[in-house]
Design a protein around this ligand. Structure first.
Ligand code: NDP
Length: 338
Protein backbone atom coordinates (compact mmCIF):
# COMPACT_ATOMS: atom_id res chain seq x y z
CA UNK A 1 0.00 0.00 0.00
CA UNK A 2 1.35 3.47 -0.84
CA UNK A 3 2.19 5.88 1.99
CA UNK A 4 -0.36 8.51 2.96
CA UNK A 5 0.68 12.11 2.39
CA UNK A 6 -0.44 14.60 5.05
CA UNK A 7 0.22 18.29 5.62
CA UNK A 8 1.73 19.06 9.02
CA UNK A 9 -1.49 20.82 10.05
CA UNK A 10 -3.59 17.79 9.07
CA UNK A 11 -1.22 15.40 10.85
CA UNK A 12 -1.43 17.50 13.98
CA UNK A 13 -5.23 17.71 13.81
CA UNK A 14 -5.43 13.93 13.31
CA UNK A 15 -3.17 13.20 16.28
CA UNK A 16 -4.91 15.73 18.51
CA UNK A 17 -8.34 14.39 17.65
CA UNK A 18 -7.19 10.81 18.27
CA UNK A 19 -5.77 11.71 21.70
CA UNK A 20 -8.84 13.72 22.70
CA UNK A 21 -11.33 11.09 21.61
CA UNK A 22 -9.43 8.62 23.76
CA UNK A 23 -9.70 10.84 26.83
CA UNK A 24 -6.73 13.23 26.91
CA UNK A 25 -7.72 16.78 27.86
CA UNK A 26 -7.33 19.66 25.42
CA UNK A 27 -4.08 21.13 26.78
CA UNK A 28 -2.29 17.77 26.98
CA UNK A 29 -3.62 16.63 23.61
CA UNK A 30 -2.43 19.83 21.92
CA UNK A 31 1.06 19.62 23.47
CA UNK A 32 1.45 15.87 22.83
CA UNK A 33 0.21 16.04 19.24
CA UNK A 34 2.50 19.01 18.54
CA UNK A 35 5.44 17.08 19.98
CA UNK A 36 4.78 13.94 17.93
CA UNK A 37 4.20 15.84 14.71
CA UNK A 38 7.35 17.91 15.30
CA UNK A 39 9.29 14.62 15.51
CA UNK A 40 7.61 13.37 12.33
CA UNK A 41 8.28 16.73 10.61
CA UNK A 42 11.99 16.54 11.48
CA UNK A 43 12.33 12.95 10.29
CA UNK A 44 12.56 11.43 13.79
CA UNK A 45 9.92 8.85 12.96
CA UNK A 46 10.81 6.63 15.92
CA UNK A 47 9.25 9.32 18.16
CA UNK A 48 6.61 10.51 15.73
CA UNK A 49 3.10 9.24 15.03
CA UNK A 50 4.43 5.68 15.23
CA UNK A 51 4.06 6.15 19.02
CA UNK A 52 0.42 7.29 18.93
CA UNK A 53 -1.18 3.81 19.24
CA UNK A 54 0.94 3.21 22.36
CA UNK A 55 -0.26 6.47 23.92
CA UNK A 56 -3.85 5.43 23.18
CA UNK A 57 -3.38 2.01 24.82
CA UNK A 58 -2.07 3.70 27.97
CA UNK A 59 -4.79 6.35 27.88
CA UNK A 60 -7.54 3.77 27.64
CA UNK A 61 -6.03 1.87 30.57
CA UNK A 62 -5.75 5.04 32.68
CA UNK A 63 -1.99 4.56 33.05
CA UNK A 64 -1.30 8.31 33.37
CA UNK A 65 -3.48 11.27 34.33
CA UNK A 66 -5.21 12.45 31.18
CA UNK A 67 -6.12 15.77 32.83
CA UNK A 68 -2.78 16.47 34.51
CA UNK A 69 -1.94 20.10 35.09
CA UNK A 70 1.75 20.61 35.94
CA UNK A 71 2.62 22.77 38.95
CA UNK A 72 5.89 24.61 39.56
CA UNK A 73 7.66 25.25 42.85
CA UNK A 74 10.89 27.26 43.24
CA UNK A 75 13.23 25.36 45.57
CA UNK A 76 16.33 27.56 45.33
CA UNK A 77 17.20 30.78 43.43
CA UNK A 78 18.10 28.77 40.34
CA UNK A 79 16.13 25.55 40.85
CA UNK A 80 12.52 24.78 40.06
CA UNK A 81 10.68 21.52 40.58
CA UNK A 82 7.88 20.79 38.17
CA UNK A 83 5.33 18.24 39.32
CA UNK A 84 3.84 16.89 36.12
CA UNK A 85 0.99 15.38 38.14
CA UNK A 86 1.51 11.89 36.74
CA UNK A 87 0.80 13.30 33.30
CA UNK A 88 2.56 13.40 29.94
CA UNK A 89 5.87 15.17 29.36
CA UNK A 90 5.03 17.56 26.49
CA UNK A 91 2.72 19.85 28.52
CA UNK A 92 5.03 19.70 31.55
CA UNK A 93 8.01 20.62 29.35
CA UNK A 94 6.12 23.53 27.74
CA UNK A 95 5.35 24.96 31.18
CA UNK A 96 8.89 24.24 32.41
CA UNK A 97 10.55 26.11 29.54
CA UNK A 98 8.31 29.14 30.10
CA UNK A 99 9.55 29.33 33.71
CA UNK A 100 13.14 28.24 33.14
CA UNK A 101 14.19 30.78 30.48
CA UNK A 102 13.61 33.92 32.58
CA UNK A 103 15.18 32.23 35.60
CA UNK A 104 18.33 31.39 33.61
CA UNK A 105 18.54 35.03 32.54
CA UNK A 106 18.36 36.36 36.09
CA UNK A 107 20.53 33.65 37.67
CA UNK A 108 22.90 32.94 34.77
CA UNK A 109 22.14 29.24 35.19
CA UNK A 110 18.91 27.52 36.20
CA UNK A 111 17.75 23.93 36.45
CA UNK A 112 14.34 22.29 36.35
CA UNK A 113 13.58 18.91 37.88
CA UNK A 114 10.47 17.46 36.25
CA UNK A 115 8.95 14.76 38.42
CA UNK A 116 6.00 12.37 38.25
CA UNK A 117 6.15 12.55 34.47
CA UNK A 118 5.47 10.00 31.72
CA UNK A 119 8.02 10.37 28.94
CA UNK A 120 8.36 8.76 25.52
CA UNK A 121 9.32 11.69 23.36
CA UNK A 122 12.40 12.93 21.56
CA UNK A 123 14.47 15.26 23.75
CA UNK A 124 15.44 18.03 21.32
CA UNK A 125 12.08 19.83 21.80
CA UNK A 126 13.13 20.21 25.46
CA UNK A 127 16.21 22.30 24.58
CA UNK A 128 15.78 23.79 21.11
CA UNK A 129 13.23 26.45 22.22
CA UNK A 130 15.69 27.64 24.89
CA UNK A 131 18.50 28.01 22.34
CA UNK A 132 16.11 29.90 20.06
CA UNK A 133 15.90 32.41 22.93
CA UNK A 134 19.70 32.72 23.18
CA UNK A 135 20.31 30.19 25.96
CA UNK A 136 22.45 27.06 26.00
CA UNK A 137 20.58 24.07 27.39
CA UNK A 138 20.98 20.45 28.41
CA UNK A 139 18.15 17.97 29.02
CA UNK A 140 18.10 14.33 30.02
CA UNK A 141 15.72 11.65 31.18
CA UNK A 142 16.07 8.23 32.76
CA UNK A 143 14.02 5.46 31.17
CA UNK A 144 13.31 1.76 31.71
CA UNK A 145 16.35 -0.58 31.59
CA UNK A 146 17.08 -1.86 28.10
CA UNK A 147 20.82 -1.17 27.87
CA UNK A 148 23.66 -3.22 29.34
CA UNK A 149 26.19 -1.56 31.61
CA UNK A 150 29.66 -1.98 30.05
CA UNK A 151 30.71 -5.58 30.56
CA UNK A 152 27.15 -6.75 31.33
CA UNK A 153 24.75 -8.78 29.21
CA UNK A 154 21.44 -7.91 30.83
CA UNK A 155 19.45 -4.65 30.79
CA UNK A 156 20.50 -2.17 33.46
CA UNK A 157 20.46 1.42 32.14
CA UNK A 158 17.63 2.97 30.21
CA UNK A 159 18.30 4.33 26.76
CA UNK A 160 18.62 7.53 28.86
CA UNK A 161 18.62 10.20 26.13
CA UNK A 162 20.36 13.52 26.48
CA UNK A 163 20.01 16.64 24.32
CA UNK A 164 22.15 19.75 24.18
CA UNK A 165 21.43 23.00 22.34
CA UNK A 166 23.60 26.01 21.57
CA UNK A 167 22.22 29.30 20.21
CA UNK A 168 23.49 30.66 16.89
CA UNK A 169 23.24 33.96 15.05
CA UNK A 170 20.96 33.84 12.01
CA UNK A 171 21.13 30.04 11.95
CA UNK A 172 19.06 27.36 13.67
CA UNK A 173 20.61 26.33 17.00
CA UNK A 174 23.18 23.53 17.14
CA UNK A 175 21.28 20.67 18.77
CA UNK A 176 22.28 17.12 19.45
CA UNK A 177 19.87 14.59 20.89
CA UNK A 178 20.98 11.05 21.46
CA UNK A 179 20.20 7.91 23.38
CA UNK A 180 23.06 6.15 25.19
CA UNK A 181 22.41 2.97 23.24
CA UNK A 182 24.11 2.38 19.89
CA UNK A 183 20.61 2.59 18.41
CA UNK A 184 17.44 4.05 19.99
CA UNK A 185 14.95 1.35 20.98
CA UNK A 186 12.32 2.99 18.76
CA UNK A 187 14.60 2.42 15.77
CA UNK A 188 14.94 -1.24 16.75
CA UNK A 189 11.14 -1.48 16.95
CA UNK A 190 10.82 0.05 13.49
CA UNK A 191 13.43 -2.39 12.11
CA UNK A 192 11.40 -5.27 13.61
CA UNK A 193 8.17 -3.87 12.15
CA UNK A 194 9.71 -3.41 8.70
CA UNK A 195 11.57 -6.75 8.66
CA UNK A 196 15.06 -5.21 8.58
CA UNK A 197 18.17 -6.62 10.23
CA UNK A 198 20.18 -4.48 12.64
CA UNK A 199 23.79 -3.50 12.02
CA UNK A 200 26.38 -5.49 13.99
CA UNK A 201 27.04 -4.26 17.51
CA UNK A 202 23.58 -2.94 18.37
CA UNK A 203 22.45 -5.63 20.78
CA UNK A 204 22.60 -9.07 22.33
CA UNK A 205 19.95 -11.80 22.47
CA UNK A 206 18.54 -13.27 25.69
CA UNK A 207 21.55 -15.63 25.95
CA UNK A 208 23.95 -12.69 25.77
CA UNK A 209 25.08 -13.48 22.22
CA UNK A 210 25.49 -10.73 19.58
CA UNK A 211 22.50 -10.60 17.22
CA UNK A 212 21.33 -8.56 14.25
CA UNK A 213 17.72 -9.74 14.72
CA UNK A 214 15.73 -6.77 16.12
CA UNK A 215 13.06 -9.02 17.62
CA UNK A 216 15.70 -11.01 19.53
CA UNK A 217 16.94 -7.75 21.06
CA UNK A 218 13.39 -6.67 21.95
CA UNK A 219 12.43 -10.12 23.37
CA UNK A 220 14.48 -10.28 26.57
CA UNK A 221 17.68 -9.25 24.79
CA UNK A 222 19.64 -6.10 25.48
CA UNK A 223 20.90 -3.00 23.68
CA UNK A 224 24.57 -2.08 23.96
CA UNK A 225 25.79 1.36 25.04
CA UNK A 226 27.55 3.43 22.36
CA UNK A 227 31.31 3.56 22.77
CA UNK A 228 31.40 0.70 25.30
CA UNK A 229 32.32 1.91 28.78
CA UNK A 230 32.17 5.56 27.67
CA UNK A 231 28.47 5.44 26.72
CA UNK A 232 27.89 3.37 29.85
CA UNK A 233 29.37 6.23 31.93
CA UNK A 234 27.08 8.75 30.26
CA UNK A 235 24.10 6.48 31.01
CA UNK A 236 25.23 6.34 34.65
CA UNK A 237 25.41 10.14 34.80
CA UNK A 238 21.93 10.51 33.29
CA UNK A 239 20.49 8.10 35.84
CA UNK A 240 22.18 9.99 38.69
CA UNK A 241 21.01 13.42 37.49
CA UNK A 242 17.52 12.60 36.19
CA UNK A 243 16.69 10.11 38.95
CA UNK A 244 19.08 10.16 41.94
CA UNK A 245 19.36 13.95 42.16
CA UNK A 246 15.64 14.62 41.94
CA UNK A 247 14.13 11.70 43.84
CA UNK A 248 12.80 9.86 40.81
CA UNK A 249 13.19 6.17 39.91
CA UNK A 250 16.43 4.81 38.47
CA UNK A 251 16.24 2.85 35.21
CA UNK A 252 15.87 -0.61 36.86
CA UNK A 253 13.14 0.79 39.13
CA UNK A 254 11.33 2.22 36.09
CA UNK A 255 11.60 -1.15 34.39
CA UNK A 256 10.16 -3.00 37.39
CA UNK A 257 7.19 -0.58 37.48
CA UNK A 258 6.68 -0.58 33.70
CA UNK A 259 3.88 -2.48 31.98
CA UNK A 260 5.36 -2.21 28.44
CA UNK A 261 2.00 -1.49 26.86
CA UNK A 262 3.65 0.59 24.15
CA UNK A 263 2.89 3.84 25.95
CA UNK A 264 5.15 6.11 28.00
CA UNK A 265 6.60 5.04 31.33
CA UNK A 266 7.08 7.15 34.42
CA UNK A 267 10.50 8.69 35.11
CA UNK A 268 12.23 11.97 35.86
CA UNK A 269 13.74 14.69 33.71
CA UNK A 270 16.36 17.34 34.32
CA UNK A 271 16.71 20.46 32.17
CA UNK A 272 19.55 22.94 32.71
CA UNK A 273 19.61 26.33 30.99
CA UNK A 274 22.64 28.66 30.84
CA UNK A 275 22.72 32.27 29.73
CA UNK A 276 26.01 32.73 27.81
CA UNK A 277 25.77 36.49 28.38
CA UNK A 278 26.39 35.85 32.09
CA UNK A 279 29.64 33.86 31.89
CA UNK A 280 32.14 36.63 31.25
CA UNK A 281 32.28 36.86 27.44
CA UNK A 282 28.99 38.57 26.70
CA UNK A 283 30.46 40.53 23.80
CA UNK A 284 32.43 37.72 22.23
CA UNK A 285 30.84 34.30 22.73
CA UNK A 286 28.57 34.25 19.71
CA UNK A 287 31.25 35.17 17.17
CA UNK A 288 33.82 32.98 18.92
CA UNK A 289 31.53 29.94 18.65
CA UNK A 290 30.65 30.76 15.04
CA UNK A 291 34.36 30.81 14.15
CA UNK A 292 34.72 27.44 15.85
CA UNK A 293 31.75 25.98 13.90
CA UNK A 294 33.14 27.39 10.65
CA UNK A 295 36.52 25.73 11.25
CA UNK A 296 34.79 22.44 12.05
CA UNK A 297 32.55 22.59 8.99
CA UNK A 298 35.44 23.47 6.70
CA UNK A 299 36.42 19.78 6.79
CA UNK A 300 34.83 17.73 4.06
CA UNK A 301 32.24 15.28 5.36
CA UNK A 302 31.59 17.16 8.60
CA UNK A 303 28.18 18.53 9.55
CA UNK A 304 26.62 19.80 12.74
CA UNK A 305 24.20 17.63 14.71
CA UNK A 306 20.67 18.81 14.01
CA UNK A 307 21.31 19.73 10.38
CA UNK A 308 19.56 16.60 9.08
CA UNK A 309 16.51 17.49 11.15
CA UNK A 310 16.46 21.10 9.98
CA UNK A 311 16.75 19.98 6.36
CA UNK A 312 13.83 17.58 6.88
CA UNK A 313 11.87 20.37 8.55
CA UNK A 314 12.37 22.71 5.59
CA UNK A 315 11.21 19.98 3.20
CA UNK A 316 8.21 18.65 5.14
CA UNK A 317 6.96 22.15 5.97
CA UNK A 318 6.41 22.53 2.22
CA UNK A 319 5.61 18.97 1.20
CA UNK A 320 4.02 17.48 4.30
CA UNK A 321 4.87 14.07 5.72
CA UNK A 322 4.34 10.53 4.51
CA UNK A 323 2.87 7.98 6.87
CA UNK A 324 2.85 4.22 6.24
CA UNK A 325 -0.72 3.41 5.14
CA UNK A 326 -1.15 0.80 7.90
CA UNK A 327 -0.18 3.32 10.58
CA UNK A 328 -2.51 5.95 9.14
CA UNK A 329 -5.37 3.42 9.05
CA UNK A 330 -4.64 2.44 12.65
CA UNK A 331 -4.75 6.08 13.82
CA UNK A 332 -7.99 6.70 11.93
CA UNK A 333 -9.45 3.56 13.52
CA UNK A 334 -8.32 4.67 17.00
CA UNK A 335 -9.88 8.06 16.33
CA UNK A 336 -13.25 6.38 15.92
CA UNK A 337 -13.60 7.15 12.22
CA UNK A 338 -14.91 4.48 9.88
P1 NDP B 1 20.72 9.37 16.42
O1 NDP B 1 21.81 8.39 16.63
O2 NDP B 1 19.89 9.24 15.21
O3 NDP B 1 21.34 10.83 16.40
C1 NDP B 1 22.02 11.33 17.51
C2 NDP B 1 22.51 12.74 17.25
O4 NDP B 1 23.65 12.66 16.38
C3 NDP B 1 21.50 13.63 16.56
O5 NDP B 1 21.53 14.90 17.14
C4 NDP B 1 21.98 13.64 15.11
O6 NDP B 1 21.62 14.83 14.42
C5 NDP B 1 23.46 13.56 15.28
N1 NDP B 1 24.14 12.99 14.12
C6 NDP B 1 23.83 11.86 13.45
N2 NDP B 1 24.69 11.67 12.44
C7 NDP B 1 25.56 12.72 12.46
C8 NDP B 1 26.68 13.09 11.67
N3 NDP B 1 27.09 12.37 10.63
N4 NDP B 1 27.31 14.23 12.00
C9 NDP B 1 26.94 15.00 13.04
N5 NDP B 1 25.89 14.69 13.81
C10 NDP B 1 25.20 13.56 13.54
O7 NDP B 1 19.77 9.44 17.71
P2 NDP B 1 19.34 8.24 18.67
O8 NDP B 1 18.97 7.10 17.80
O9 NDP B 1 20.36 8.03 19.71
O10 NDP B 1 18.03 8.85 19.36
C11 NDP B 1 16.86 9.04 18.57
C12 NDP B 1 15.80 9.76 19.36
O11 NDP B 1 15.23 8.91 20.34
C13 NDP B 1 16.26 11.00 20.13
O12 NDP B 1 15.39 12.06 19.76
C14 NDP B 1 16.07 10.64 21.58
O13 NDP B 1 15.73 11.74 22.41
C15 NDP B 1 14.92 9.67 21.49
N6 NDP B 1 14.82 8.81 22.68
C16 NDP B 1 13.87 9.07 23.63
C17 NDP B 1 13.77 8.25 24.73
C18 NDP B 1 12.77 8.53 25.83
O14 NDP B 1 12.68 7.76 26.76
N7 NDP B 1 12.06 9.60 25.79
C19 NDP B 1 14.62 7.08 24.93
C20 NDP B 1 15.61 6.94 23.89
C21 NDP B 1 15.69 7.77 22.81
P3 NDP B 1 20.49 14.78 13.25
O15 NDP B 1 19.19 14.55 13.97
O16 NDP B 1 20.58 16.09 12.56
O17 NDP B 1 20.86 13.62 12.36
Amino acid sequence: MPDIQLSLADARALAEQCLKINGLDDANAAATAANMVAAERDGCVSHGLFRLPGYVTSLRAGKFDANASPTIEQLAPGVIRVDAGAGLAPLAVTKTLEALAPLARTQGIAAAAIVRVFHMAAMWPDVEPLAEQGLAALAMTASASFVAAAGGKKPFFGTNPMAFAWPRDGEPPMVFDQAVSVMARGEVMIAARDGHQLPEGVGLDSDGNPTTNPQAVLDDGVLLPFGGYKGSAIALMVDLLAAGLIGQPFSPEIRRAANFDGGPESGGMLIIALDPDRFGDAEGWRQHAETFFAEMLAQEGVRLPGQRRFANRARTTKEGIRLPAALHAKIVELSGHS
